[in-house]
Design a protein. Structure first.
Length: 469
């Protein structure tokens, strides 16, 4: 007689399945999808209703939550998993016969794709909800771009002259840095498809704005329009914003100026090394930073670097020292520095000669220098790049990079079958609204520590936040 092993009381696969279903239930509970459902019902009209809209929509949400790569994979899961069918709302009396075939599911997905603007509206409603629940949401933002390869090789058909994804384009992204030994490195990434532009809250790591564009779109030209749209749609959130961090790919005087003047947001953006003239001059030493006089119209000891460092050159020894940063003056839109010897209390060999060079500026030793940002908005920022405050704020942009990693590893974009700009926008919109719905659900049910969690078991619910009432 065969002996059938008894199941363990606590099985890990059962725990994982239960947590997956819990997340799906949370998404369905807090996703503001009424408008989408009504529009889908309206489009179906008086047609056959073999597969009702609500169960089909819930199944599509399940495909994202459970990381199904294709409609066929989702249908196989629905066919074998009765509990999932019941949660989605399929008729339990019909069993597996209630599950749509691949043709019906693909037609339904096509209708959802056409409603991509309404998916974006769901995203905006969830951002507003999260803004109400989280008083600190939006104080520090980070921008990042992400490659979204198409499910297409990018090779053109010999007869038609087109690729299998005509909306897509070729993109190139450059990564560079410096090795520990001081030698520079550079890496080029090429892909065919699209790119995601994402603005994320740096503390809570939640998305607050996004757009999907062809891969050849310029990131630097898209940041300001996204911030403008964010200010129009979510004025309460943008009114809280104190700083926005981005990598040197967004290096632009116009971006820095408009963030500061139009929105009172401090740009925390690294800049590129664009100064070339000095490198061609005789005697150029690559080990030393390139400097230019702050006031070229007169003899002076104050110079600056392309990074925005303001330095004092000792007229006697030629030694270069960082000027002491004394803060940012908002009313003057200027950064203020002081003579380092006077600020830090050490002796200076050029003190007397520095006085002699004052040229109508009495007290050159110990003098204070104000640098208007308009001198060069690309170089001078309210928070100097050499300051610890800038380093701390700049490191926050990794929040966007971490969320981008979740988009690949958890929300299904590492391995997909998507072609077409509208499909990519709709699929990305679904992924982001599900992430936000989970965050809002955790907040509403008293689990604020889990708002970043897209996988894993959910903690036991506690009393909801007071503001949620």
């Amino acid at each position: 007689m065969a002996i059938i092993p008894q199941p363990f009381l606590f099985r890990w696969d059962a725990v994982d399945a239960k947590s997956d279903l819990d997340r799906l239930n949370l998404v369905m509970k807090y996703l503001p999808d009424e408008d989408v459902i009504r529009e889908l019902i309206k489009r179906r009209g008086n047609g056959r209703n073999d597969f009702p809209i609500r169960p089909m929509w819930n199944a599509l949400l399940a495909a994202v939550v459970f990381q199904h790569r294709s409609a066929a994979s989702l249908i196989r899961e629905l066919t074998r998993n009765g509990e999932l069918r019941e949660i989605c709302g399929f008729d339990p009396l019909l069993g597996a016969a209630a599950v749509p075939d691949e043709h019906n599911m693909s037609r339904f997905v096509g209708n959802v794709v056409e409603l991509e603007p309404r998916i974006h509206q769901m995203f905006d409603r969830l951002v507003d909800r999260a803004t109400t629940l989280l008083p600190t949401l939006g104080q520090a933002l980070a921008f990042d771009g992400k490659a979204l390869p198409s499910y297409s090789t990018g090779r053109k058909n010999r007869k038609s002259g087109q690729t299998s994804d005509p909306d897509a384009a070729h993109g190139v992204k450059t990564y560079q840095g410096v090795h520990e030994d001081g030698t520079p490195w550079q890496k080029l990434m090429h892909w065919f498809g699209y790119q995601l532009h994402l603005i994320v809250d740096s503390h809570h790591e939640l998305p607050v704005a996004y757009e999907v564009m062809p891969a050849n779109a310029s990131e630097v030209t898209r940041l300001l329009p996204m911030v403008e749209e964010l200010a129009e749609k979510h004025p309460e959130l943008i009114a809280r914003t104190e700083e926005l961090a981005a990598d040197r790919g967004l290096d632009s005087a116009e971006v820095n100026r408009r963030l500061l003047q139009d929105h009172d947001i401090r740009p925390i953006i690294d800049n590129r090394a664009l100064w070339r003239q000095e490198k061609a001059e005789p005697g150029y030493d690559p080990r030393k930073p390139i400097t230019r006089p702050l006031s070229p119209e007169r003899a002076d000891t104050i110079v600056y670097t392309e990074k925005g460092d303001v330095l004092c050159v000792c007229p006697t020894t030629g030694e270069t020292r960082d000027m002491a940063f004394m803060g940012y003056e908002n009313d003057r839109e200027s950064v203020k520095y002081r003579c380092p010897a006077a600020a830090y209390g050490y002796s200076c060999a050029g003190r007397a000669e520095c006085h002699a060079m004052a040229q109508g500026h009495p007290g050159a030793f110990g003098r204070i220098v104000r640098v208007p940002l308009k001198t060069d908005y690309r170089i001078f920022l309210p928070t100097p790049r050499s300051s610890p405050s800038f380093e701390r704020a700049y490191n926050k942009r990794t929040a966007a990079e971490r969320f981008n990693s979740r988009i690949d590893n958890v929300l299904g974009f590492e391995d997909h079958t998507i072609r077409g700009l509208q499909k990519m926008r709709a699929r990305m919109g679904l992924a982001l609204v599900i992430a936000l719905a989970l965050a809002v659900g955790h907040l509403m049910e008293g689990r604020p520590e889990q708002i970043r969690s897209l996988v894993g078991p959910m903690a036991r619910a506690r009393p909801a936040l007071k503001r949620a009432a």
